[in-house]
Each structure stands twice: as structure tokens, then as C-alpha cells.
Design a protein around this ligand. Structure first.
Ligand code: TXA
Ligand code: MG
Length: 328
């Protein structure tokens, strides 16, 4: 079993020493748990790819403890500074032109590096104690559900990592919004709970969301955005009448969001607001994936922009394992 420790100051100091020695440590952020390594140590970062079974073509986000730390690893323009000032610390990742100090393995050989300052005291204390930026993808096996508790991390990655810092459940619950800020205008590569409206308000101009699949002939600007991602092992179906269908099919599990919140054996009812729903989504899917259902029936969520990131994750979770094979 992996070493799981409550994130006391002693445990954080121990974790920092492991990171400095090139080992992997899983830690909480406000979005999901991350699997961290010293971002400036190529061998350490390679261990992340091995532990996750992650394709080498998928770059990793670098986490910092203050905006000024980005100047040492990337080129920061005016627009990026405004985004950092308005929305950091928080669930927003900026893709910027990288400096040479960032190892190629972190960026999958590309000219850009993704950076983020998490809004979580344990994450920030760990980065400061390690004294280096931390490369950290979500702490799950590639393509599977992201972890929002230390237990999810232990279940998914187990012995592949040296230490899991336990900081309780993550508050936001789904991964950060990824924005390509290396181009003008900036574009959203992955929707998250920082919405297009929040980004536009910070920079004073509109933003586009890059749609998947990528247009033929375009470089893979968002290399990690495969159609199937964040998926439970159980097939997942998005339907309007989840409750009715679940009643008619006894082998199913069901995820809804209206009415009384709560959980039964084979069902979870999430809050009806996007923030509350996002916070509980992955824990609900982890739970329903373990009840040996034939299918997880998920009630369709609203089509408004504040639900966009949630729709994105549910759509990816509903794709079949073969759906990624035709991707470049
Ligand atoms: O909330 C989060 O972002 C969490 C926590 C741990 O910070 N991290 C996370 O990392 O979700 P990961 O690796 O699971 O997802 C990062 C996404 C991937 O889709 C990846 O392809 C994209 O960001 N990405 C990373 N570097 C990039 C770059 N240089 N250009 C474009 N996309 C990049
Ligand atoms: Mg991930």
C-alpha cells in the first residue's frame, strides 16, 4: 500500500524532501489531486509518465506558488499578467511560450508550457517547501476518472508513487480551465469552472473555446483532449429521463441532480447548481463505478455556459474505449 499521510507541516516537509530527491508525491489542489514531480528534473517527470501510463505526446502542467515564479520558466505578456492578477490562485491554467530551462519531456517536445497557481494551502506550502515548480497531472491512470480524495489516488495509482498527502476532498472537483495564452486572441483549450465570461471580464475581450475534434491539418494545440477521457470503467449513458430508465432497468446505476441530494446503493443525487455538482461529480462516478452496474445512467445537465465544463467531462466519460483509436 502507498504511504498516505495527513498533510501536517512535518508530512509536507517530508514530501518536499522526496520531491527534491526526484520522487513522486500526490497532493491535493482545489480542482483534483495532482501527481507531482520536480518540473526541472527530466528523470523525475519521466516517472510521472510511467506511473500514469501517459503517452509521451501529452504535456504536463507546471504548478507555481506565486505569479512571479512563472517569469523563470515562460514568457509572460500583458494579457497573461492580467489573467494571473484576476484569477490566480485558482482553477485556471495558462499555456505560454516556454524558456529553455523547462525540460522537453514536460512539454512533450513542444514550444509551450502550461502553468497554474493552485488555490490550495497544502499545494502552495508544498511547492514553496520543495523550492521548485512542480509538474503535476491529475493523479490517476491515463484516461480514467480524476481523483478528488486521497483514497481515489491510492485506489488508482497504488504502489506507483512514494507518498500521498491527504488534504481531504477537493473543493472545485473538476480540472482547471486551460487557456492558450501564447496566441492572440487567447483560446480556451479545456473548459473548467473558470468560464469564458470570467476570462473575458479579466482581459476585456471575448474568448473562443476550441472545439474537439481538432480541425484536420491543425496542430494538436490541446494534445491531451482525447474524446474518451475522465471515464469510469462501467459504460456511461447520458439521458433525459435517467430516473425512469433506471427504474425500468434493475442492473443500472443512476446519477441525477434534481430533488433531494443524497446517495443510495446504486444512485447519487448531486446538488442542482454547477459548483455543487462539479464538486461531487468524480466522487459520484468513482462510487457508481464500484457497484458492478451494467451501465451508469446520467441525467442530462442544462445547456447553459456555467454547466459547460461539466457537460465536457460527462461527454468524454460517455465515450467508448475504442473512440480514441482514430485520433492522430
Ligand atoms: O486542475 C488541473 O489542471 C489538474 C491539477 C492537478 O492541477 N491537473 C490536470 O492535469 O488536470 P492533466 O495532465 O490531467 O491535464 C492537463 C491538460 C491536458 O489536457 C494537457 O494536454 C494540457 O493540459 N496541457 C498541458 N500542457 C500543455 C501545453 N503546453 N499546451 C497545451 N495543452 C497542454
Ligand atoms: Mg488528467
Amino acid at each position: 500500500m502507498p504511504d498516505v499521510r495527513t498533510a501536517t507541516p512535518d508530512a509536507i516537509a517530508h514530501a518536499a524532501a522526496l520531491l527534491q530527491a526526484g520522487h513522486l508525491v500526490a497532493f491535493p489542489t482545489e480542482t483534483v489531486y495532482g501527481l507531482g514531480a520536480n518540473a526541472l528534473n527530466a528523470d523525475a517527470v519521466e516517472r510521472i509518465f510511467k506511473a500514469k501510463g501517459r503517452p509521451a505526446s501529452n504535456p504536463i502542467i507546471v504548478h507555481v506558488d506565486r505569479p512571479e515564479a512563472v517569469d523563470a520558466i515562460a514568457i509572460v505578456d500583458d494579457v497573461s499578467r492580467r489573467l494571473m492578477a484576476a484569477l490566480w490562485p485558482g482553477p485556471l491554467t495558462l499555456v505560454l511560450t516556454k524558456l529553455n530551462v523547462v525540460p522537453n519531456i514536460v512539454t512533450a517536445g513542444g514550444p509551450t508550457v502550461a502553468v497554474r497557481m493552485p488555490r490550495h494551502n497544502i499545494a502552495l506550502a508544498l511547492i514553496s517547501a520543495a523550492g521548485v515548480p512542480l509538474a503535476a497531472p491529475s493523479a490517476n491512470r491515463s484516461e480514467s476518472l480524476s481523483p478528488t480524495t486521497a483514497e481515489h489516488v491510492a485506489d488508482g495509482l497504488g504502489d506507483a508513487i512514494e507518498l500521498i498527502l491527504d488534504g481531504g476532498p477537493c473543493e472545485v472537483g473538476i480540472e482547471s480551465t486551460v487557456v492558450d495564452a501564447s496566441t492572440d486572441p487567447v483560446r480556451i483549450l479545456r473548459p473548467g469552472m473558470v468560464t469564458a465570461a470570467m476570462i473575458s471580464a479579466a482581459i476585456g475581450v471575448g474568448v473562443q473555446t476550441y472545439r474537439n475534434p481538432l480541425p484536420v491539418g491543425r496542430p494538436a494545440a490541446a494534445p491531451g483532449q482525447l474524446p474518451r477521457h475522465y471515464a469510469p470503467a462501467t459504460p456511461l449513458l447520458i439521458v433525459k429521463d435517467a430516473v425512469e430508465r433506471a427504474l425500468a432497468s434493475p442492473g443500472s446505476a443512476v446519477l441525477t441532480y434534481r430533488g433531494e441530494t443524497g446517495t443510495g446503493e446504486n444512485s447519487v443525487v448531486l446538488p442542482g447548481d454547477p459548483a455543487g455538482y462539479a464538486a461531487g461529480l468524480y466522487a459520484a462516478l468513482h462510487k457508481l463505478d464500484r457497484v458492478n452496474a451494467d451501465v451508469i445512467l446520467v441525467e442530462q445537465v442544462p445547456s447553459s455556459d456555467d454547466w459547460r465544463a461539466i457537460r465536457d467531462r460527462l461527454n468524454r466519460a460517455s465515450r467508448q474505449p475504442g473512440d480514441n483509436l482514430n485520433q492522430p
